[in-house]
Design a protein around this ligand. Structure first.
Ligand code: ADP
Ligand code: ASP
Ligand code: MG
Length: 426
């Protein structure tokens, strides 16, 4: 017998017919003698719809009230799943974020899980009741509803798994695992049998939205075993314990899998893209100590994350251009803040561009293998794709390119690193 947390995403919960399929998968897992808790997302498209209502109601919406609205999507699906499970003869009960409670800290709309009291939940699971928990939502220190940022149900699931000391956290989605790149962009993408926490964390943070970045960080910290698998299976499908999803593993486990010949070690494990950043160029900034601090301090104070930064070589007149990226959603705010500080910073013009994309290649193999970046630059140059900025980490190389070239760049790189599946034609 195992204790398992199962999470179902938006497409898996889109409508009563799909919810019935989910209920069947859950019922089977419980019927196998396992203790089960289920974390659910809102129906696909619902959260977007609710976000739009907030924008229409008040363009400068209060994030605390936004949370009240957008958290409702998950309340609906958790109740519907509990009802469906009951109709199948299962004992099931929903637990909303404030009831568990899922305590969160920091800002509304991007709250972080602080703690979950797993005791009551574990007790009811041990008594054979299936707990159904709406993902994405929690409660703030002052008792108000919070949400954890888009894609946050993954993090809810991992947090619940950590709280009840689950043996596994199964993330059911609309693809059957983590692939070498988004399988919706590259038909030849290959499913990975296993991926390390570190690589998954990097992949998620640079745009592989199959898992929310925070969920991976939390799983790594709490040692939660996470598996990604598909909910789009027939009624006669094998149970999750035998399904070939993707397991997120430690580096030691990965070494063992490689040794046993179950996984092949590549220099690059995966490729991700992100179209949600925007570029800002400040021209003719004084080339002197403290100048960049003047630019980035106000952005940091406003919780605007700056990602890629390039400072050009200074010109003769002691001036330079500074280019950087921010999330597209924060572009207008960032621009306004910089305009406010024009005198302190001393720049000449602000130029912005949302038509950019960031393409990243990730792999722990890079730590011990030189030439990964060079392969990237050459493959892109051969297709005439211009690189506007570059950043690297120990296991990642990212480039900024024109947004229109995103799909082409991902495909070209997938081939260049030998990641294409052998048996499928593009
Ligand atoms: P859910 O609603 O189940 O949370 P998401 O839409 O958030 O699902 O995440 C699943 C999607 O992530 C897939 O449909 C796929 O298009 C996308 N994706 C991006 N990168 C990858 C990758 N490397 N492997 C698998 N899926 C990926
Ligand atoms: N429903 C939320 C969203 O669409 C949370 C989630 O699905 O993970 O972002
Ligand atoms: Mg998701």
């Amino acid at each position: 017998m195992a204790r398992i947390v199962m999470k179902f995403g938006g497409t898996s919960m889109a409508g009563t017919e799909r919810i019935r399929r989910v209920a069947n998968i859950v019922r089977k897992q419980a019927a196998g003698g396992n203790e089960v808790a289920v974390v659910v997302s809102a129906m696909a498209g619902e959260t977007d719809r609710l976000v739009n209502f907030c924008r229409e109601a008040n363009a400068l919406y209060d994030p605390a009230e936004y949370d009240v609205v957008v958290a409702s999507g998950e309340q609906v699906t958790s109740g519907l799943l509990a009802l469906t499970l009951q109709s199948l003869g299962c004992k099931a009960r929903s637990w909303l974020g404030w009831q568990l409670p899922v305590r969160t800290v920091e800002a509304h709309a991007k709250a972080r899980v602080d703690s979950i009291d797993g005791e009551a939940l574990a007790k009811s699971m041990a008594e054979g009741e299936i707990a159904v928990i709406p993902g994405f939502q929690g409660v703030s220190e002052d008792g108000r509803i919070t949400t954890m940022g888009r894609g946050g149900s993954d993090t809810s699931a991992v947090a619940v798994a950590a709280a009840v000391k689950a043996d596994r956290c199964d993330i059911y989605t609309d693809v059957d695992g983590v692939y070498t790149t988004d399988p919706r962009i590259v038909a030849k993408a290959r499913k990975l049998k296993a991926v390390t926490y570190e690589e998954m964390l990097e992949l998620a943070s640079v745009g592989a939205k199959v898992l929310q970045t925070r969920s991976v960080g939390l799983a790594m910290k709490e040692g939660v075993r996470v598996q990604v698998l598909s909910s789009f299976v027939g009624d006669d499908a094998v149970p999750a314990d035998e399904l070939p999803g993707t397991m997120i593993v430690s580096e030691e486990e990965m070494d063992e899998l490689v040794e046993k010949g179950e996984v092949e070690r590549q220099h690059v494990t995966g490729i991700a893209h992100d179209k949600n950043e925007a570029k800002i160029i400040l021209t003719r900034v004084p080339d002197k100590p403290g100048a960049v601090a003047h630019i980035f301090e106000p952005l940091a104070a406003a919780s605007i994350n700056v990602d890629m930064i390039i400072q050009n070589v200074g010109r003769d007149k002691g001036e330079t251009d500074v280019t950087f990226t921010v999330p597209q959603a924060d572009l207008a705010r960032a621009q306004a803040l910089l305009e406010d500080k024009r005198e302190d910073i001393g720049f000449n013009r602000i130029i912005t561009d949302s038509q950019i994309a960031k393409i990243s290649v990730v792999g722990v193999g890079m730590k011990s293998h030189a030439g990964v970046a060079a392969t990237m630059f050459k493959a892109l140059a051969d297709r005439g794709i211009n690189i506007q900025a570059i950043t690297t980490s120990e296991i990642k190389v990212s480039v900024m390119i024109d947004e229109d070239e995103t799909e082409l760049a991902v495909r070209v790189l997938h081939t260049a690193y030998g990641l294409d599946a052998a048996d499928e034609a593009a």
